[in-house]
Design a protein around this ligand. Sequence first.
Ligand code: ADP
Ligand code: MG
Length: 354
Amino acid sequence: MARVVLNQITKTFQNQKVVKGIDLMVPDGSFTVLVGPSGCGKSTTLRMIAGLETVSSGEILIGDQLVNDLAPGKRDIAMVFQNYALYPTMSVYDNIAYGLRNRGTSKKECQMLVEEIAEIVGLTPYLKRKPSQLSGGQRQRVALARAMVKKPKVFLMDEPLSNLDAKLRNQMRVELTSLHKQLGSTFIYVTHDQVEAMTMGDQIVVMSEGDIMQVAAPLELYQEPANLFVAQFIGSPAMNIVSDDEKSKSVWGFRPEKAQLVTDAVSAAPTQDMLTLPGKVISREILGSDCLCHVETEKGRIVVKVDTERAVNIGTNVHVTVPETQIYEFDRATGKRIIRTEGMQAHAMAGGVV
Ligand SMILES: Nc1ncnc2c1ncn2[C@@H]1O[C@H](COP(=O)(O)OP(=O)(O)O)[C@@H](O)[C@H]1O
Ligand SMILES: [Mg+2]
């Protein structure tokens, strides 16, 4: 087991800086997820940790060892990709054992290790089969087992579930997190899917355009986003953002599930600790127990998530109400979150969106 540290890591491809000097500490034994939109530099960062890509500047440490100039095979890591290639003519057993044989492990030890890992990932009954005789999920488990059998200190995974269908992906998420608990090794996992990040990671690294936007535990990211980017990237549907006018220094945000729709005048009467926006419901999406109501207001379009039983018909005039404590303020120019003391917040809001 080992922690991984990145100090001021940059990567430049053809004069274009795609990783812009990131600092990151991946604690020993953590399940750290790198998440962000396509092209933000997640894979490049992971590949630099793996040694598949050189760093342009900065330091990478695995354990206490500086690995900048260490070949991938010497870093004590294992990498699992989206497009895992199994050897089609080899049995599951041989696919898993392949990496060990290359290392010169004895036949007996090899058998012991393969059987141990096969048991952990639930492949024991399938060891004699060929990859073509397995389901997608089982094949993915072979790819994992092949990485695990080398007992690396650090597992690096780049969107390993994105080729699986939705149901299997959910199942594999659960399997991977319990596997992580069982092994206790350090996992660094890349995904563009914020739901996957939130459900699997214990430390989440949100990236955008080659920079780290925030590093935090899932709930903290959701509740205390450091900036507008994280606020809108984490959570589905995205946080509503409203602003007074183009000249105001702040913009305001609130989550669709923290707002309510009221149709009677009494509940809609403005109060000091409640933001109230009049509008009209223009469309609805019933998701099952929840319903997303899209409301046209003078501050723009707002999405409100309500219980389906409480959904309001299209065309209804409503007030969107949000408790003041659920409102976030961001600096319009920098996107940074502004945190005020309670009294200040009420004051600022009164001049803002009410
Ligand atoms: N080998 C390469 N040569 C040139 N540009 C690259 C190379 N690999 C990645 N890039 C560019 O670097 C940026 C980050 O890519 P990548 O790390 O793959 O993003 P992500 O995994 O977050 O989608 C992208 O703009 C991509 O086009
Ligand atoms: Mg990628």
